[in-house]
Design a protein around this ligand. Structure first.
Ligand code: NI
Length: 169
C-alpha cells in the first residue's frame, strides 16, 4: 500500500491515450490498491492510472468513500458501449485540476464493458453520479480532462489556476 504522486494539469501526460492492459496479474492488483489509497487520501471518488503517471487503461471508483455505501470498484480496459438518457449537468471536479469545479453536461445513463479485478469481463449500466464518474474516468483514459468540455475561456482560466496551485505546492 502506498500513496502515489498525483499528476496535475497542465502536465502533458494527462493528454496521453492510455494503453490496454493485457492481463490482470499481481503487479496490477497491487498498483490498483495503491491507486485506491491515493484516491482516498486525496478525498476523490474516482482516479485513472494516468493521474499517477501510468498510461494504462485502468480506473478505480468509490462513490461514497468513508461512508455507509463505500464500495471500491476496479475498471480495467473500460469501454463505453452505450450512452442514453437526457443530458444532465454535474458540478465536476478532478484531482488533476485542483480547486476547479464546473458544470459538465453528459448523458445521464451509460453502459460500460470492462474487466474486473478478478479478470472477469463485466458489463454495468449506470446512472446518476456513477454514470458521470465513469464517463469522467474513461475521458482520462483517452487523454481528456473535464475542463476540455468547457468553453475555451473557462478552460484557460482553469489551467492558469491549476498551474499556479502547482507552483505554490
Ligand atoms: Ni479526474
Amino acid at each position: 500500500m502506498a500513496i502515489l504522486e498525483l499528476v496535475t494539469a497542465p502536465d502533458p501526460r494527462l493528454k496521453l491515450v492510455s494503453q490496454p492492459v493485457p492481463e490482470v496479474d499481481s503487479a496490477l492488483k497491487k498498483f490498483m490498491a495503491d491507486m485506491l489509497d491515493t484516491m482516498y487520501d486525496a478525498n476523490g471518488i474516482g482516479l485513472a492510472a494516468i493521474q499517477v503517471g501510468i498510461p494504462k487503461r485502468v480506473a478505480v471508483i468509490d462513490l461514497d468513500p468513508g461512508g455507509p455505501n463505500s464500495f471500491p470498484r476496479y475498471f480495467i480496459n473500460p469501454r463505453l458501449v452505450e450512452a442514453s438518457g437526457e443530458a444532465t449537468n454535474y458540478h465536476e471536479g478532478c484531482l488533476s485540476v485542483p480547486e476547479i469545479w464546473d458544470d459538465v453536461s453528459r448523458p445521464s445513463r451509460v453502459t460500460v464493458e470492462y474487466t474486473d479485478e478478478k479478470g472477469r469481463l463485466q458489463t454495468v449500466t449506470a446512472d446518476g453520479l456513477f454514470a458521470t464518474c465513469l464517463q469522467h474516468e474513461i475521458d482520462h483514459i483517452n487523454g481528456l480532462l473535464f475542463i476540455d468540455h468547457l468553453s475555451k475561456l473557462k478552460r484557460s482560466i482553469a489551467l492558469r489556476k491549476s498551474a499556479k496551485m502547482k507552483r505554490k505546492g
